[in-house]
Write a protein that binds this ligand. Structure first.
Ligand SMILES: Cc1cc2nc3c(=O)[nH]c(=O)nc-3n(C[C@H](O)[C@H](O)[C@H](O)COP(=O)(O)OP(=O)(O)OC[C@H]3O[C@@H](n4cnc5c(N)ncnc54)[C@H](O)[C@@H]3O)c2cc1C
Length: 324
């Protein structure tokens, strides 16, 4: 009986990073439970994925069925219920993604599991697993457990944990698909691509983010130049989107994106909790703000109390000089 079971999420020939993030914390919790971490992979002709996942999990269960080629919550549920009743994992982790949110509640109800959604931390305390999730738009963290439950389920927020190291040599187990028929009331039709030219701020290692302190649209370019000098991408807080200076897909925070770059430079951003909620996966935050009491400094490893319009050109020139 595995301690932790992770549901692999994949799309368009790639395993989604949330899978590896769940596996990193899942491995630690499983170790605390003195059990193993397994991953269940649903799809069609996904042997290459199984091999990739065997490097980060003790066991990879593969349910291969043409009907599981693309995600469909109803079919996933039909395939997972008998498998999970048989396997009896203590804790099942599913990504808090559009797919996971579609699947987890109905799956938990059918299995009779307690479900904690949108978790940002997980730890073992005595015999129970305690999950942390945010309420009131991220203002308060609550810790949730189901002490009397033998089994439970949690959905995990993206970028809440670092990806698992590929240092295991797990086994791959083929599980016969229990599906006997297709369903016609809910079908995969097509993937719709994000508009061309858009930047994925969740995939960048360096983000230079601007806030209301940038003051005017014409000043955005100087931050863009700094981002370019660092080989990074421009992101922002919500007021910058509201003003129409950058598109919404550049917004970081609770109503924007969770980001996980190695370096995040926050320029003229106060550090409201809705913004900081998107920074949990960031390795190093450098904040530039003229207000020494700005809350952003409490999440920054390095801070410059100063005028961003003076700091940006100096930083950029120094970087360009170092590159010569
Ligand atoms: C439901 C809800 C969801 C939200 N979701 C998000 C979200 O996803 N992301 C998000 O960012 N916000 C979100 N917000 C808004 C959030 O509450 C804050 O209003 C917002 O993050 C503030 O943005 P800011 O830091 O750019 O602006 P401000 O709070 O106005 O801060 C500007 C900062 O710039 C500094 N500054 C000014 N001039 C200079 C200068 N010359 N040099 C250096 N520093 C300077 C100031 O000292 C100040 O700290 C949400 C709000 C709600 C209610």
């Amino acid at each position: 009986m595995p301690g932790v079971l992770v549901l692999a999420e994949h799309r368009r020939k790639a395993i989604q990073s949330i899978t590896f993030e769940m596996l990193s914390r899942g491995r630690e919790v499983a170790a605390q439970l003195k059990k193993e971490v397994s991953v269940v992979l649903l799809g069609h002709q996904v042997q290459a994925f199984a091999q990739e996942l065997a490097k980060v999990a003790h066991k990879v269960y593969v349910i291969d069925d043409k009907r599981l080629e693309n995600f469909n919550a109803e079919l996933y549920q039909k395939a997972l219920v008998p498998f999970m009743k048989d396997l009896k994992p203590t804790l099942t982790l599913i990504g808090h993604t559009s797919c996971g949110m579609d699947l987890a509640p109905a799956l938990a109800v059918e299995l009779g599991f307690p479900l904690v959604t949108d978790c940002i931390a997980l730890e073992r305390q005595g015999k129970k697993v305690v999950a942390t999730r945010q309420v009131y738009g991220g203002k308060i963290n609550v810790r949730v457990s189901a002490p009397s439950a033998q089994q439970g389920m949690a959905t995990i927020r993206q970028a809440a944990f670092p990806p698992a190291e590929p240092n295991l040599a797990g086994g791959i187990v083929s599980v016969p698909s229990p599906l006997t028929e297709d369903i016609d009331y809910k079908k995969f039709l097509e993937y719709v691509e994000v508009a061309a030219g858009d930047v994925d701020i969740t995939a960048s290692n360096v983000l230079v983010a601007i806030g209301r302190g940038i003051k005017e649209q014409k000043n955005v370019q100087m931050a863009q130049d700094l981002a370019a000098a660092l080989g990074g991408v421009l992101a922002c807080s919500r007021p910058v989107v509201d003003a129409g200076w950058l598109p919404h897909d550049r917004q970081v925070g609770s109503s924007g994106k969770n980001v996980k770059p190695k370096l995040y430079i926050a320029l003229g951003i106060s550090g409201a909790f809705q913004h900081v909620a998107g920074l949990r996966g960031v390795e190093t935050v450098i904040a530039v703000n003229k207000d020494a009491n700005a809350p952003i400094f409490s999440v920054a490893q390095y801070g410059i109390v100063g005028d961003l319009f003076k700091v940006i050109p100096v930083l950029k020139d120094k970087l360009l000089e170092m590159k010569k």
